[in-house]
Design a binder for this molecule. Structure first.
Ligand code: NAP
Ligand code: GFB
Length: 314
């Protein structure tokens, strides 16, 4: 007898595919998981969103679907990132309430915290000031998930919560150089530079700092949050380790055994210098959780990219 039917919106993306992979060995007998892509329903449409809830009658929702992009994609389209993500989030939470979903876990990001802040950032600081200008649209849309969750809890007692991952990378990422995030973008550029015998280009100064979580590690944490985490307040899911863009770029070159030249295009934006988030709250729950070493995660992702170069998002 299936006890839990979990709808995973954004199930065809980087994080969704990571969760699907972990569930190959970690799913429970009374769980059914449904992974959606935009082909199943355009979640910008209230009626298409309702139709998918009517069809599957989920008891839990893992809400990953979003308009997602790296620094340069956000800088070009803050209004679209704001409106599209607001619409999707409101549709999912409204239908979760209408169809009596027992638990919803949505997804924020460490890049939505206040730009002017003290460090390390923790969950209580989410609304303490404006986000970085480069991605204000995405940031405000994501922050409203936390506000709407509070509304649904206080007025209707809904258990709608959220997680706040740091930068994510891994297999099935978006390797498009203009739209994607830094690690997949650099991997794609390293691949092309090696093929063409040209120099490898790092955008910006390489000085900014980031925390990077492997998509498979995030997947294991997401499944734990869905099954065990009872708070409405968000929980940061980030590594202790912070690394500069320059250092992560050279780890990528090492994984490719790249021997060519390296250039820094310093006329390109650096974005936020840092967004160091504390995982103290996570460690209180899971003191023994082991993150994959970043060199291993980068190597596995490079091998995946090489093997799937023809068909992956790029
Ligand atoms: P992704 O690889 O770009 O996947 C996005 C997913 O959302 C895809 O499954 C996509 O479906 C779906 N989607 C987009 N627009 C849709 C629409 N209108 N209707 C239905 N589905 C739609 O993104 P990701 O990196 O996995 O991100 C997943 C979640 O993690 C997002 O909420 C994101 O904000 C959050 N997050 C990501 C990072 C990161 O570094 N990647 C960091 C922190 C938080 P299609 O495949 O059909 O397009
Ligand atoms: O992952 P990313 O694009 O976004 O990283 P953020 C941007 C940083 O990497 C900047 C440098 O310092 C860039 O100058 N960089 C160097 C590159 N080479 C490249 C490259 O080839 N591609 C890219 N994309 N960057 C995002 C937010 O911030 O974080 C999003 O804008 C999202 O909303 C995401 O939440 C997690 O880490 O700066």
């Amino acid at each position: 007898m299936v006890k839990e039917v979990t709808l995973v919106t954004g199930g065809s993306g980087l994080v969704g595919k990571g969760i699907e992979k972990i569930l190959e060995t970690d799913s429970l007998p009374d769980e059914e998981w449904i992974f959606l892509s935009s082909k199943d329903a355009n979640l910008l449409s209230e009626s298409e969103t309702e139709a998918v809830f009517e069809k599957y009658r989920p008891t839990r929702v893992l809400h990953l679907a979003a308009q997602v992009g790296g620094l340069f994609a956000n800088m070009k389209a803050n209004c679209d990132f704001l409106r599209n993500n607001m619409k999707m989030n409101d549709n999912i939470l409204a239908m979760s309430h209408k169809y009596n979903v027992k638990k919803v876990v949505s997804c924020l990001s460490t890049c939505i915290f206040p730009d002017k802040t003290t460090y390390p950032i923790d969950e209580t600081m989410l609304h303490n000031g404006p986000p970085h200008d480069s991605n204000f649209g995405y940031s405000y849309a994501k922050r409203m998930i936390d506000v709407i969750n509070r509304g649904y809890y206080e007025q209707y007692g809904c258990q709608f919560t959220s997680v706040i991952p740091c930068n994510v990378f891994g297999p099935h990422d978006n390797f498009n150089i203009q739209q994607g995030h830094v690690i997949p973008g650099l991997m794609h550029k390293a691949y092309k530079a090696q093929q063409d015998g040209t120099a490898f280009q790092i955008w910006g100064t390489g000085a900014p700092l980031r925390q990077f979580i492997y998509s498979l590690d995030l997947a294991r944490l997401f499944i734990w949050v869905l099954r065990e985490y009872q708070e409405i307040e968000p929980i940061i899911l980030a590594t202790e380790e912070e690394i500069s863009i320059k250092d992560v770029a050279f780890k990528i070159l090492e994984a490719f055994e790249f021997k060519g030249g390296v250039e820094f295009l310093t006329d390109k934006a650096d974005g936020q210098f840092k967004k160091t988030a504390s995982n103290t709250k996570l460690r209180k729950y899971l003191p023994e959780f082991k993150f994959t070493p970043i060199d291993v995660a980068i190597k596995e992702t490079v091998e995946w990219f090489k093997a799937n170069h023809e068909t992956c998002r790029k």
